[in-house]
Design a protein around this ligand. Structure first.
Ligand SMILES: [Zn+2]
Length: 394
């Protein structure tokens, strides 16, 4: 049996997947997500004598990463976990993108002060989360990279010095395999170059390497960028006429942070689940296009819709390539007007030989609007709102 749980994660993502004795945690939502929803399940997992075989931080954004920071801060080191064993972590941080060095060559006193200032600010504060009490301690000071390094974790199959990128493959058990679709090495270079530009803009002029102060600054600056992009998106989305089609409103995402999302196919026995993080639709198309052998879409057993159902991350072209009887949309819609109704309609309007189940972990204006929508092709669909139970993948 395979099942997954889509936790209530504010405007973010957090999924636990189990198949037999193997379990994978994909993103951690906010630290309150971890505290309220994930922690009890992890304790239960540990009570059954199991560990997390893999934890994936898809990309550096507070609504995906903060809960994982909380998990590692509270769980302790890889060898002596307080809550649950963590066997492997995937996380592309600075260390994975530039050569490591313990030297602070070329950093002036002014540079060091600027880095200290960035570290004091920590991750972008979780504005989509209603429980600030949990956030502060977990978010300030420790990047995920520093927790992984000091905790001695199996990080990207070694010490984090290489990135997870397409076409990596990981075999977790005889039945559970992951095939990485993204990011490409080009997207990771793009992220590194963008970040170096950001760091220069703050005034830091010294040599860039991956020593701890810079690793922290990398993650904290990345988290601020995604907050800024989201605000821009929210402004545009709120002013729109919603009687339009996806083809009318689709506009490619331009966030380099989202483009760095780790996307993958998770094989659970003979089932396949597609996890798209917050990735760009064009990158998903490029990766998935080669899988299709006829003019019909590749059918997955479930698809985690990219970027909380944003119209900037699901294109008409992508929907020609993939389909599924189960779609997972994770967001409470509070901050970015996600998901976009045009995406949801496009998902259910296509003809298919199966009915679709549309899972939402909250109720949003768009999920409500989908309830009263009629599929153009007449293909049946069921809307599940506020869905917190296990989703069985039969
Ligand atoms: Zn996100």
């Amino acid at each position: 049996m395979a099942w997954l749980r889509m936790y209530s994660a504010g405007n973010g993502d957090c999924f636990l997947i189990e198949h037999g004795l193997t379990s994978v945690l994909v993103d951690g939502g906010y630290s309150s997500t971890f505290q309220r929803h994930v922690l009890p399940d992890l304790r239960d997992l540990a009570d059954r004598g199991q560990a997390l075989d893999l934890v994936v931080a898809t990309h550096i954004d507070a609504d995906h990463i903060a809960g994982l920071v909380r998990l590692l801060a509270q769980n302790g080191s890889a060898d002596l976990p307080d809550i649950v064993g963590v066997r492997r972590v995937w996380h592309n941080s600075l260390r994975s993108l530039v050569p490591p060095s313990s030297q602070s060559t070329g950093m002036s006193e002014g540079d060091e002060e600027l880095l200290q200032e960035i570290r004091r600010r920590g991750y972008a504060q979780a504005a989509g989360d209603n429980s600030p009490e949990a956030e502060i301690s977990a978010l300030q000071g420790s990047s995920l990279a520093s927790l992984l390094r000091t905790g001695g974790f199996n990080w990207n199959d070694s010490d984090g010095a290489r990135p997870i990128a397409a076409p990596d493959h990981l075999r977790l058990s005889a039945e559970v395999n992951l095939t990485v679709l993204g990011p490409t090495p080009e997207r990771l270079s793009g992220l590194r170059d963008w970040w170096i530009g950001e760091l220069r803009r703050t005034g830091v002029a010294g040599v860039i390497n991956s020593r701890p102060a810079l690793e922290d600054a990398f993650e904290f600056l990345c988290s601020y960028e995604s907050e800024r992009v989201s605000r821009k998106e929210e402004e545009i989305s709120g002013r729109r006429d919603t009687g339009l089609e996806l083809a009318d409103v689709y506009e490619p995402d331009d966030s380099v942070i989202n483009a760095s999302s780790i996307t993958f196919i998770l094989e659970l026995g003979n089932r396949r689940v597609l996890f798209l993080g917050d990735a760009w639709a064009e990158d998903c198309q490029a990766a998935l296009g080669t899988m299709r052998h006829a003019a019909i879409p590749v059918v997955f057993d479930a698809i985690k819709v990219s970027h909380h159902g944003s119209r900037r991350n699901t294109s008409p072209g992508l929907l020609r390539l993939v389909d599924s009887p189960r779609f997972l949309v994770s967001t409470n819609g509070e901050r970015h007007n996600h998901p976009d109704i045009e995406v949801l309609k496009a998902l259910v309007d296509r003809p298919a030989p199966f009915a679709r189940e549309m899972y939402f972990n909250s109720t949003t204006p768009a999920s409500r609007a989908l309830r009263s929508h009629r599929s153009k092709s007449g293909t049946g669909f069921t809307v599940y709102e506020d869905y917190q139970n296990r989703i069985e993948i039969p």
